[in-house]
Design a protein around this ligand. Structure first.
Ligand code: CP3
Length: 366
C-alpha cells in the first residue's frame, strides 16, 4: 500500500546533487564520481573498523555500516556514497547460511543442489523484518552524512544471487549454476522469480529508509551468453525496475536506478531500454561506442579499468581525460569498471577523483 512508502522528511538538506542530476541526464558543472567498493580494505581505517569482527556481523550493525560508508567521504570529494552492506544478505534472508571466509570469499556450506532444495527457502520472507538492519543502517547514514552527497542503496540481481546460491561461493566456470539453466529451466525461473519479488520489496524498503538512488548488480552477467541473458537475466532486471518505479510513482517519488551488468556488452542496447536511468559499464566497452549503442536514451556510468589505479598519477589523469572525452560531459557519472582492490593506494584513488573533477570542469557545457 501507499502507506509503506511514506518517506521520512527530516533528513538534512542535500548540498551536492551533481550525481542525481547526471543520472537524470541534466547539465552539471562537473562530472560526478564515485567508486564501486569505495568503502573497502584499501583504506586502513576500514581495516581497523572491520578488525576482529565477522563480515556479516559488521553488516548487521547499523553503526558500523554507517561509519564504513562515511570513511571514504572523509578522504575524497566523492559525489555519492554507497551504503556498506553486501548482496548476499538476500540469500541469508531466504534462510541460507552464508559465511565470509578470509582468503576465500563468500561461502555457502549448504548450497542449492537440485530443484527440490528450493522448498527449503523462505519464499514468503518478511523483508521489513529480516532486512531491517540494512534499512536502519541507511536511515542512520542518511542523517550522519549531513546532506553532503546522495546515498545509494543496492541489491544483487536475481541471476547473480542464484549463481551464488547454487555454486556456494566464487567460481571460474559457474557450471553448477549454469547446469540449472540448461537442465532445470522451470526451477531456474521459479528461483529467479522468487528472488525478484524479494529484491523489489528490498529496494522499496531502502528508499523508504532514505536511499536516494539504487544500483542493481548483475555481476555474473558475463558468464551468460546473449541468448541465456535474454531469458534468465534481462526480464528480471526489467521487472525489478518497472515494479520499483511503479510503486515509487504512486508515492510521488522519482529515484534514479542504475543497472550494472558486468561483461554484458552484448546486451548494451537492451539494457539501455530496460527502465533504468543509468547503465553502468565495465572497462571492456569503449566509451564512444557505448554512447552510440545506447543512443542517448540513458546516462552512463563507469568505466576505468580498476587496475589503471596502479599507474602513476599523471598517467591516471591522462586516462581519465580520454575517458571523459569519450563519454562526453552530459549524462555521465565517472566510476571504475568494477570495484577497487584491497592493495590499491588511497592516494591514487584521490588522484582519480581529482582528475575527473578538474578535467570535466574544463570541458564546458555540452
Ligand atoms: O563500497 C561499496 O561498494 C559498498 C559495499 C559493497 C560490498 N559488497 C562490501 C564488501 C557492495 C556494493 C558489495 C556488493 C557485492 N558483494 C557484489 C557486487 C559487486 C561486485 O563486486 O561485483 C558481490 C559479487 C558481492 C559478494 C562479495 N562480498 C564478494 C565477492 C566479496 C569479496 C570477498 C573477498 O574476500 O575479496 C565480498 C566481501 C565484501 N563485500 C568486502 C566488502 C568491502 C570485502 C571483505 C571485507 O570487508 O572483509
Amino acid at each position: 500500500s501507499k502507506d509503506d512508502l511514506i518517506l521520512p522528511k527530516d533528513f538534512p538538506q542535500l548540498l551536492n546533487d551533481t550525481f542525481l542530476r547526471a543520472a537524470r541526464g541534466e547539465d552539471t558543472e562537473h562530472v560526478p564520481v564515485w567508486c564501486m567498493r569505495q568503502a573497502g580494505r584499501y583504506l586502513p581505517e576500514f581495516r581497523k573498523t572491520r578488525e576482529g569482527r565477522d563480515f556479516f556481523d559488521t553488516c548487521r550493525s547499523p553503526e558500523a555500516c554507517c561509519e564504513l560508508t562515511l570513511q571514504p567521504l572523509r578522504r575524497f570529494p566523492f559525489d555519492a556514497a554507497i551504503i556498506f552492506s553486501d548482496i548476499l544478505v538476500i540469500p541469508q534472508a531466504l534462510g541460507m547460511n552464508v559465511q565470509m571466509v578470509a582468503g576465500k570469499g563468500p561461502t555457502f556450506p549448504e548450497p542449492l543442489k537440485e530443484p527440490e532444495d528450493l522448498q527449503q527457502l523462505q519464499a514468503k520472507v518478511d523483508v521489513s523484518k529480516e532486512l531491517d538492519y540494512v534499512f536502519k543502517a541507511i536511515t542512520l547514514t542518511r542523517h550522519k552524512i549531513e546532506g553532503k552527497v546522495p546515498l545509494i542503496g543496492f541489491s544483487g540481481a536475481p541471476w547473480t544471487l542464484m549463481s551464488y546460491m547454487i555454486e556456494g561461493g566464487g567460481s571460474n566456470t559457474h557450471s553448477k549454476a549454469k547446469r540449472w539453466l540448461y537442465r532445470h529451466p522451470e526451477a531456474s525461473h521459479m528461483l529467479l522469480k522468487m528472488l525478484t519479488d524479494v529484491i523489489v520489496q528490498y529496494l522499496l524498503g531502502q528508499v523508504a529508509a532514505g536511499a536516494q538512488a539504487l544500483q542493481v548488480f548483475e555481476s555474473h552477467a558475463g558468464i551468460l551468453g546473449p541468448v541465456e541473458f535474454k531469458e534468465f537475466s534481462l526480464p528480471y532486471l526489467r521487472d525489478i525496475a518497472r515494479r520499483v518505479k511503479d510503486k515509487l510513482k504512486e508515492a510521488g517519488e522519482d529515484i534514479p536506478m542504475i543497472v550494472f551488468a558486468k561483461d554484458a556488452h552484448y546486451a548494451l542496447e537492451d539494457l539501455s531500454q530496460s527502465h533504468y536511468e543509468v547503465v553502468g559499464l565495465d572497462w571492456t566497452i569503449d566509451p564512444q561506442s557505448a554512447r552510440e549503442r545506447t543512443g542517448g536514451k540513458v546516462s552512463l556510468q563507469g568505466n576505468m579499468d580498476p587496475c589503471a589505479l596502479y599507474a602513476p598519477k599523471e598517467r591516471i589523469s591522462q586516462i581519465v581525460k580520454k575517458m571523459l572525452e569519450g563519454f562526453g560531459k552530459k549524462g555521465y557519472i565517472a566510476n571504475l569498471g568494477h570495484g577497487l582492490y584491497p592493495d590499491m593506494d588511497p592516494e591514487n584513488v584521490g588522484a582519480f577523483v581529482d582528475a575527473v573533477h578538474q578535467h570535466s570542469k574544463q570541458m564546458g557545457a555540452q
